[in-house]
Ligand binder design. Sequence first.
Ligand code: AMP
Ligand code: ZN
Length: 694
Amino acid sequence: MPESPVTRAEAELRAAELRKEISYHAQRYYALDAPVISDAAYDSLVRELEAIEAAFPDLVTPDSPTQRVGAPPSELFAPVTHAGRMYSLDNAMDMDELDAWLVRVRDAVPHERCTFVCELKIDGSSIALTYEDGVLVRAATRGDGRVGEDVTANVRTIRDVPLRLNEVDGRPHRGLVEVRGEVYLPKASFERINAENDEAGLPTFANPRNAAAGSLRQKDPRVTASRELATFLYAIADPVALGLATQSEVLDWLRKAGFRVNPDVASCADSDAVRAFCEEALRRRDSLPYEIDGVVVKVDSLALQEELGYTSKAPRWAIAYKFPPEEKTTRLLDIQVSVGRTGVLTPFAVFEPVFVSGSTIQKATLHNAEEVRRKGLLIGDTIIVRKAGDVIPEVVGPVVGLRDGSEREFTMPKVCPSCSSRVWQEEGEVALRCPNVACPAQRLERLIHWASRGAADIEGMGAEIIARLVDVDLVRDVADFYTLSVDDLAGLDMGRTKQDGSAVVLGETVASKILASVDASRTRPPARLLFGLGIRHVGAIVAEALIDEFGGISELASVDEERLAAVNGVGPRIAASVTAFFAEPRNRDVLDRLAAAGVVLDAPRTDELRPRPLAGLTFVLTGALRDHTREEATVALKELGAKVSGSVSSKTSFVIAGESAGSKLARAEQLGVPILGEADLEEILASGRPPGTP
Ligand code: AMP
Ligand code: ZN
């Protein structure tokens, strides 16, 4: 974590940056099932933001990612509002944090003897099941905690989910009951699916958790059915209504009603017993047929639970003790160098395959030469590896004591490993680059990037298939994806053999599926396509800002550098890179061919016909409005052509301040920006005229 900002202004700035970054990663993780950073790194960002907000409570905004659990549900599934909020859990990263929590809970309820229930933390995806008169009527994912996705059709295919409940203690079920738990994929099924996907040339899942979430959110329930999902239930939304008094009774009730309940549960009276359960769980982790990533400790008494209550995102009466990342040792066979889409040379470790946190790994990035030196790695070393956040393989370091003198040092190559161009180093940068835009390795990476999820999202067009298409010269640049036919793809030799010795070729069904997704990718939002072009320094967020400002990729191509640099969040470095990209005839040619192939580079500008009376004005909203949510107000202002910004600057035209407006109001006063109230906003929206005009 970077050093904490000291001044309020610094804190505000940093918090805004963190929020943007966290929202982006939350979206990747929850809505797209495609995280780009490890859970640990994500947690660390959230913790930093929490720390800032704790120090400056007035900086907390209602839309801060700390104020909610996950990300909004995707549009594929109908939204379901949960009976009661589905909370996340606070984490204890080690035994000390766990002890501190136990003490805190005891201190909070000193009048009562407090016992705890320890359960395994199943590494899957949370689920809420609703029964009406004992019959399953709905299944939903957690979503953002308030609203999840309706996955009933898929959950019905899970064999251990009862479609009808058993009577409990002779009482028939009346009315609605919502129960909660975890859907997971057994380790064996996970390995089978990955092996099958691998054989078919499809991407594999990083861990059983991602595989479970992905399997649950299939468009076709038959696919879910083929995945062998299983469940453990551990909660009831309103247990008091069923006459239950403790978590132990909740588990009993669930068991009697016919749910699968994890048998590894312990009632613990003190912290020694809790600690013993955690240590035992960690010892047994590998021998369980499913993944666990920790232990959940809960206050047993429901009355005490209620007394302890909730923070904005988690119960105070429960905590997740997270296991330290699993580490294994293996042998570093080689350090090789890959070339990224912008030409950067990146060293990576190649080691003897080793099974860690749910899957076999054999490569890990080493980021740059400096990192190799800092870690003190020699080729031939015995090394310690793990998965950061249980997803991304990582080399922790060498076991120096096991060296025998045969190890050798690694040096970065002087020429590109792909095209043999002399590598160079930009001033002020650590990275070495291959300067050749036609470099085959760079070209391949650019193609993979275009097809990836955050960009054109061509489902099924994975790295391996793209590599083969390049090998047989069917695809040279991204526009070539759109000229492919089923005949080009079906029968494509994957350059591998099956166990029986026959060649792996792409089947007709897979081929037409891939073509269908190529087709679908023609109409991805322009910001994603812009990101997909892989222009240096233009990440997903910058792409969004550029499209917001200029409307589309063709428009952007004709904007001069100065105007680009003036865009909020862009600046001279990005502007230069964008201008250089569009100045290159080869890139222009690709854009022309994309457009000719029916790829929609510009959003349809329906608003051009509409009057935009507020064009050129920038509004900032702060505080709570009485009659509008901030989102509604933002949309309404934007429809009239205004820009709505998150922070007050000298460029702000008006600040609209609602109830208990905080720092933004103060800043507006400081800068002399006119401040309007909700009534003025009404006036503007009703008249469609900027304030102060007759
Ligand atoms: P996290 O996603 O890291 O915030 O952890 C919270 C999640 O852990 C919950 O939303 C549940 O999906 C999951 N979980 C797994 N096992 C349990 C359990 N025994 N009790 C409560 N939550 C659990
Ligand atoms: Zn090269």
